[in-house]
Design a protein around this ligand. Sequence first.
Ligand SMILES: [Zn+2]
Length: 322
Amino acid sequence: MNHGHSRARKPLGAAARMSRRHFLVAVGAVATASNVRPGWAKDRTPLTVTELSERLFVISGGGGNVTVFHPDEGVLLVDGGSPERHEDVLDLVRKRTGQKRIHTLFNTHWHWNQTGSNTTLCKTGTRIIAHENTKLWLGVDVDSRWESKTYPRLPVNARPNQTFYTPQSLSFGGETLDYACVPEAHTDGDIYVFFRKANVLVGADVVSVGAYPILDIASNGWITGNLNGVTMLKKLSTAETRIVPGLGPVQAPAHLDEQAAMLTTVRQRMAKMLAQGKSAQEMIDAQPTQEFDAVWGNPEQFIRNAFRGISLRPQQMGVAIV
Ligand SMILES: [Zn+2]
């Protein structure tokens, strides 16, 4: 385990940026107290459901989007919501699918709002699939310096029990799922999960909607990785593919182009400023995201984290070290 000691998580307010215009069903839900970690604000965002096909839907509002596939063979989840909302999420899954047991859970990365069901589901023998790096991150306490937060490790049996490095394929319930790593995009353990028949691509937090992408500098997310990530997801997509982001409504592939265009422009500007020796604050003051802010929101943390990532990798940014 050589990941160092400092890692990061998504700001707790991130769920607030979700748009609900595409959601079909709203289900009131109350946060349960049993799994609320100290210091976490109580989240009472209503759970909402977006139907994608007869056996496939997305639950939003439980910390992060949870994609639910439920053929007769069993229930498969891509991400499990936050620790404080996972019981509500699982209740809704059972209610809508009529099935009690969760057969398989994917963790698209290690963040708290994707892995909140692990501790419960490991007790019933759920297969938990993730990139090996995600398992490693979940095995240590997280000192998230850029958020000034610490997140405790998961118990050993709640960590992923099936991990991988190279692209994988899985047949389940008449569907074929392709899944693979998206290197250093949001974290260094991100994966996509592509439901080939349904043509639904879960991009998770590599894809950001209505806010600048979170570059988790402590677990090696960075701007070039994020750009390469959305470009990779676009290549997997057809015009009809539906993209499930980590937060917010399901997107068309055009959203990936928008995110890539924004990242390309901002990255170029920041590379130029890096070569000029500018600091993070000087870059923020120079407003390299100005024309994008109306769509993507407040850029400060994004620029700060992007700066950190590129300043650690000047050669990959085309900047000579002198
Ligand atoms: Zn995340």
